[in-house]
Design a protein around this ligand. Structure first.
Ligand SMILES: Nc1ncnc2c1ncn2[C@@H]1O[C@H](COP(=O)(O)OP(=O)(O)OP(=O)(O)O)[C@@H](O)[C@H]1O
Length: 277
C-alpha cells in the first residue's frame, strides 16, 4: 500500500470493529508506548508497535536521501469526526470544518492544517499531538474508548514525476450497545452519533457489494464519514480494511456482525487511478 501511495495512488487503511476490539491498538499501538519525537530515534522493528508508526518509519526510509523516492515531500494532517463535526486534531481551536468536493481532489476538508514533515521525528510528533487531542472516555467495555473517528492523512508529492499520492490511516470509533457499555448523558449521545455513522458506512458497503444496487444510488451523503471515504469505497483509491474482533465469547454476536461486514466489503471493486499534478 505504501509503495502504491509513493507511485501516486490514494490509499486508505481503516480499522473496523466493535468497541474494545483493538482498533486503536492495531492502528496506533499500545497506550503504554510514548509516541513522542524521542520514540523516532528508537527502532520500530521490534515490539508491539501500531501500523501508523510502522508506515511512517518505512515511508521515511524509502524517501531518505539517495533512495529511489528521495524526491518525495511529505505533509500530514490529522482530523476527527466527533458528533458529526470535523475537528482538526493538530489545531484544537479549529472545529466544525467544512467538507468540500472538487472533481480533481475528491472530498477534502477546508482549512485543515497540513504540517510538513521532513523526518520520522516530525511525523511522530504529529501523531503524538493528534493522539493527545482525540476524544477518549471510559465505559464498561473499554477504559480508553475512542469517541470519534480519526483520520491521519499523509500527502506525498514527488517533485520528479509530479505524482501526488496519499495515505489515509483511519481508526473508526467502535459500535457499542448502550445496555452493555452503560454510557449515559453526553456519552450516550456520542454513542448515537457513532452508531449512526457506522450504520451509514454499512449501508454504503452493502450497496457497493451488491451488483444490482451498485448501479443505483449509493448513500454516501448520509454521514460525514462516508462522504469523506467516498474515494476509498468504490472510488479511484486502493483500500484495505482491517476487521478487529474480540476473543470474548460475550461478544460473539458482534464478532459475527464484523465478519459479515468484512465479507461484504471484500466484494467491492475500486478503480485505482494514479494522481498526477
Ligand atoms: N492484540 C492485543 N494485544 C494486547 N492488548 C490488546 C490487543 N488489542 C487490544 N488490546 C487492549 O485492549 C483494550 C481495548 O483496545 P482498543 O482501545 O484498541 O479498542 P478499540 O477497538 O479501539 O475500542 P474503541 O472502539 O472503544 O475505541 C486496550 O487496553 C488495548 O491495549
Amino acid at each position: 500500500m505504501l509503495m502504491d501511495a509513493l507511485s501516486g495512488y490514494s490509499v486508505t487503511i481503516f480499522a473496523y470493529g466493535q468497541t474494545g476490539s483493538g482498533k486503536t491498538f492495531t492502528m496506533t499501538g499500545p497506550d503504554s508506548i510514548d509516541y513522542g519525537r524521542e520514540a523516532a530515534a528508537a527502532s520500530l522493528d521490534d515490539g508491539p508497535h501500531g501500523l501508523i508508526p510502522r508506515v511512517l518509519s518505512d515511508l521515511f526510509e524509502l524517501t531518505a536521501h539517495g533512495r529511489e523516492h528521495a524526491g518525495v515531500t511529505v505533509s500530514a494532517s490529522y482530523l476527527e469526526i466527533y458528533n458529526e463535526q470535523l475537528n482538526d486534531l493538530l489545531n484544537p481551536a479549529s472545529v466544525n470544518l467544512q467538507l468540500r468536493h472538487e472533481a480533481r481532489l475528491g472530498p477534502f476538508v477546508q482549512n485543515l492544517l497540513q504540517v510538513e514533515c521532513e523526518s520520522l521525528g516530525d511525523a511522530m510528533a504529529v501523531l503524538a499531538e493528534g493522539t493527545r487531542n482525540r476524544k477518549v472516555s471510559s465505559h464498561q467495555l473499554n477504559k480508553d474508548s475512542s469517541r470519534s473517528h480519526c483520520l491521519m492523512t499523509l500527502h506525498l508529492k514527488d517533485a520528479n514525476t509530479g505524482c501526488t499520492g496519499r495515505i489515509s490511516l483511519v481508526d473508526l470509533a467502535g459500535s457499542e450497545r448502550l445496555k452493555d457499555s452503560c454510557s449515559e448523558g453526553a456519552m450516550a449521545s456520542e454513542t448515537g452519533h457513532i452508531n449512526r455513522s457506522l450504520f451509514a458506512l454499512g449501508n454504503v458497503i452493502s450497496s457497493l457489494s451488491d451488483a444490482r444496487r451498485r448501479q443505483g444510488h449509493i448513500p454516501y451523503r448520509d454521514s460525514k464519514l462516508t462522504k469523506l471515504l467516498m474515494d476509498s469505497l468504490g472510488g479511484d483509491g486502493r483500500t484495505l480494511m482491517l476487521a478487529c474482533v474480540s476473543p470474548s465469547l460475550h461478544m460473539l454476536e458482534e464478532t459475527a456482525n464484523t465478519l459479515l461486514f468484512a465479507s461484504r466489503a471484500k466484494n467491492i471493486q475500486n478503480r485505482p487511478t494514479v494522481q498526477v499534478d
